[in-house]
Design a protein around this ligand. Structure first.
Ligand SMILES: Nc1ncnc2c1ncn2[C@@H]1O[C@H](COP(=O)(O)OP(=O)(O)OP(=O)(O)O)[C@@H](O)[C@H]1O
Ligand SMILES: [Mg+2]
Length: 263
């Protein structure tokens, strides 16, 4: 038990989050227990309002739980100072927001370079790195556009480029393909798969079952709780085809999955 815990990058115990006060108080995340190992690619699904974004916000240190414990790399997040939390966010966590959150007064390349400003990277280096990211997402011709001049899909790709520019080891993506057509969605997912193959941890909210084929674990949420938790194995994983998956079992069975398979 102890050993399994020590390999968890994220560990939630009895995590509870409420909004509102008095009669209006409602529990958005109710008593969630969750272990996420380094290098997992998790898809989170569930109906609108079930708490997916709230969960990502807590995992990304943007929001605090009301009860329960969140251990990041085995350390209770609660005890981390706010300065250190900001540092962890800027160095380790890449966040693709559901609403994109591009800064309206900055152009595309400045938006993508923004996370690097918090890591002490020089301006020139940041712009070069941002430019390379934009090229990867076929947006090099839009570098000097303002956010309001982009289509929904382009805005989404800029938001993803920005989340990945600082090479984060944990990527939290809230419906990263929500505005994209099927082809663009698979391009984004292949990009995320590459990042996953390099050993990084990805937690992606999606409404699209096709997108879960890239994940090695699918969690469904219902009314602020984890409803199902299923591990799957990628049988085929090439750049041009959608991965075929084999369901290995639900939560209880999944622990039987061999270590070798996880690597
Ligand atoms: N700041 C807030 N104040 C009060 N209630 C909130 C707040 N943020 C979220 N909620 C409520 O918490 C619940 C879960 O919201 P959340 O955004 O996590 O859902 P979701 O699963 O991401 O939904 P969607 O699929 O529509 O994005 C909703 O009922 C929502 O109204
Ligand atoms: Mg949401």
């Amino acid at each position: 038990m102890k050993k399994a815990e020590s390999t968890s990058v994220i560990s939630l115990r009895g995590l509870t989050k409420r909004y509102g006060v008095g009669d209006a108080e409602h529990t958005v995340l109710g008593n969630i227990d969750l272990e996420i190992k380094k290098g997992e690619f998790i898809a989170v699904m569930g109906p609108s309002g079930c708490g997916k974004t709230t969960l990502l916000n807590v995992l990304g240190l943007l929001d605090k739980p009301d009860e329960g414990e969140y251990l990041l790399d085995g350390k209770p997040v609660e005890r981390i100072t706010s300065a250190k939390r900001a540092e962890i966010r800027s160095r380790r966590i890449g966040f693709v927001f559901q609403s994109f959150n591009l800064v309206p007064r900055l152009n595309v390349i400045e938006n993508v370079a923004l996370p690097l400003a918090y890591t002490g990277t020089s301006h020139l280096k940041s712009i070069k790195r941002a430019s390379a990211m934009l090229k990867q997402f076929h947006l090099n011709e839009r570098e000097y556009y303002m956010p309001w001049q982009l289509s929904g899909g382009q805005t989404q790709r800029v938001a993803i480029a920005r989340a990945l520019v600082n090479d984060p080891s944990i990527i939290l993506a809230d419906e990263p393909t929500g505005n994209l057509d099927s082809k663009s969605s698979h391009i984004i997912l292949e990009e995320l798969s590459d990042i996953h193959r390099r050993g990084n941890t990805i937690i992606m909210v999606t409404h699209n079952p096709d997108m879960t084929t890239y994940a090695d674990r699918v969690i469904t949420m219902l009314d602020g709780k984890i409803d199902t938790d299923t591990k799957t194995a990628v049988v085929k994983n090439t750049r041009s085809t959608v991965d075929k998956k084999v369901t290995l079992g639900s939560r209880s069975k999944s622990s039987k999955r061999s270590k070798k398979e996880r690597k």
